[in-house]
Design a binder for this molecule. Sequence first.
Ligand code: ASC
Length: 128
Amino acid sequence: QFAKPEDAVKYRKNALFVMQQNFGRLGAMATGKAPFDAKAAADSAAVAEFMSKLPWGAFGEGTDKGETRAKAEIWKEPAKFKEYADKMQAEMTKLAAAAKTGSLDNIKTAVSATGGTCKTCHDAYRKD
Ligand code: ASC
């Protein structure tokens, strides 16, 4: 899929960025930093859920160098990395369903659960 390793790194970072921008919009509503807008929440959650599927295919062998904060552990324990990635995607799916209900309370619960999966993976596999 990628002509060179730098393209894979750029691809996964851009996918994660677009996901975060949409998740962040929901986070702002969940914490009261932005007014609740049910339509915007549902739209953003759907985009975040879709984007959550994209980064993982761009963590192939040889993409551990360059402009990346990815830790070498990702390629040493791929099963655990995949488990975290799968968990995040599952929570994103729940978040998209929660956002469709139009209930801010449902969104708050799902944002919190989803955010936990972002953090768990970052703590283990992202350099800071
Ligand atoms: C974000 C973002 C993350 C998660 C995390 C949640 O918006 O960029 O990494 O939420 O902070 O704990």
